[in-house]
Design a binder for this molecule. Structure first.
Ligand code: SR1
Ligand code: MG
Length: 421
């Protein structure tokens, strides 16, 4: 199967991009100087797209172009170009609610399947910094708020029902990227799929045992159905530490090309699963036991604090909401027993969301160890025996999160269990 490209579509190179851009850039986006003088670098290191940094004498921008296949796999894995549309629109919608935590998107060109956005500097990809052992004092606040603002304000709690349905319609056709998630996260780790890739032979027995573990597999399939059918909020859809850029003071969430309407717990669980990942990988990256322990404690604090900020911000948005037909103001804010009802409604909502978040974190951890898209936290550990022993610990927590999420009362409790694994 090959992908149909719009007439005139061409994969851009550092040589062709300036000439294309000069006819497309909005007048307000003046890079400065003649296009021949612009410096262009291709810096994409993700799985899917080309990423260019284009600098003129006055301004630098980022241009992202979709190619008609998965970049990390090559032309044998075709992938439609429409993902540029979803990433551009995802940035626009997220920025509406999360402000500067999301880069500004400048323009989208359907014919070339590309868009331009703000150049973010000197921020570094969070995953690299977690591997390097750096701490970020504002990270939990920024990500907790990002999650609350984007998830609340795009759900039926915070948005007029007609507007929400319009957004559902716009994003629900992101079928090809959803299909990647459905396959890579929810299905392939749980059977002998050709794309799977784990530390072998060290983990062979554990992974074969997983394929017969009915308890885990039933949960994975239950949550796959939820992912496919619960249009609760506009998700980022791929919120791992590789989709976040940081400095001491700022956090930027990038890459929402997997954006679509799905269950809130998917985004939150993805992020938290990646923090647990970083937690287990630490002995592969730090020089001493003391450094490992210190950084692991910081990572576990991040999990507690991110959830805390998220819940607090979301509760406040909900309590003060002006619109949104779910849990309407007429019964809660303006109702005779409103305050008591609202607290009970919110408590119930967050308990369910917490459980679903744990399951999604467990799913993300399984797929990064077993499936196609492994991550640097573990892949960069060269000693395969050490890597496998750390992955085994991560898999132990991941299983517990999936089969017994109700046994945990909060993240402090989960963290205590994570340390024992
Ligand atoms: C084929 S894409 C593989 C993975 O990369 C992206 O970042 C998503 O996480 C996806 O699952
Ligand atoms: Mg990405």
């Amino acid at each position: 199967m090959s992908v149909e490209a719009p007439l005139g579509y061409k994969i851009q190179t550092v040589e062709t991009l300036p000439h294309y851009l000069i006819s497309k850039l909005p007048p307000a986006l003046n890079l400065g100087g003649a296009p021949e003088t612009w410096e262009v670098k291709e810096v994409g290191d993700g799985n899917l797209n080309l990423v260019f940094i284009v600098s003129g004498s006055m301004k630098t921008i980022v241009v992202k172009q979709a190619v008609p296949y998965v970049r990390a796999a090559g032309e044998s894995w075709p992938l439609p170009l429409t993902r540029a549309f979803f990433e551009f629109n995802g940035l626009v919608e997220e920025r509406r609610y999360a402000g500067d935590t999301v880069p500004e998107a400048y323009f989208y060109d359907e014919q070339m399947a590309l868009f331009a956005m703000e150049y973010i500097t000197p921020h570094v990809i969070l995953r690299k910094e977690l591997i390097a052992g750096k701490k970020f004092p504002k990270l939990a606040k920024h990500i907790g708020e990002f999650l609350a603002q984007t998830l609340f304000n795009t759900s039926d709690l915070g948005l007029e029902s007609a507007q929400k349905k319009e957004l559902v319609q716009r994003f629900c056709v992101n079928t090809d990227l959803c299909r990647i998630t459905e396959d890579l996260i929810f299905t392939e780790p749980f059977f002998d799929a050709p794309r799977n890739n784990w530390t072998s032979p060290q983990l062979d027995d554990a992974i074969k045992a997983l394929w017969s573990d009915q308890e885990v597999i039933q949960v994975a399939m239950k949550y796959k159905l939820k992912f496919m059918s619960e249009a609760q909020a506009l998700l980022h859809g791929d919120l791992h530490s590789g989709s976040i850029m940081v400095t001491e003071d700022e956090t930027k969430v990038i890459d929402p090309e997997f954006g679509f309407y799905g269950p809130m717990a998917f985004d939150i669980g993805n992020y938290i699963g990646n923090l647990f990942f970083a937690f287990y990988a630490q002995p592969g990256h730090r020089a001493s036991a003391g450094e490992v322990e210190d950084y692991q404690s910081w990572l576990l604090e991040q999990i507690v604090e991110t959830w805390g900020v998220f819940e607090q911000t979301f509760r406040t948005l909900w309590t003060n909401k002006q619109k949104g037909e779910a849990y309407p103001r007429s019964i809660y804010q303006d109702g005779i027993n409103g305050d008591a009802f609202l607290k009970a409604a919110q408590d119930d909502f967050f308990r369910t969301l917490f459980i679903d978040t744990l399951v999604n974190a467990g799913l993300e951890m399984h797929r990064r160890i077993i499936g196609f898209a492994g991550v640097a936290d573990f892949k960069e550990i060269e000693d395969a025996d050490l890597r496998a022993s750390l992955e085994t610990r991560a898999l132990k927590l991941a299983r517990q999160l999936m089969v017994a999420p109700e046994s945990f009362s909060g993240f402090a409790d989960v963290n205590a269990y994570a340390k024992q694994c």
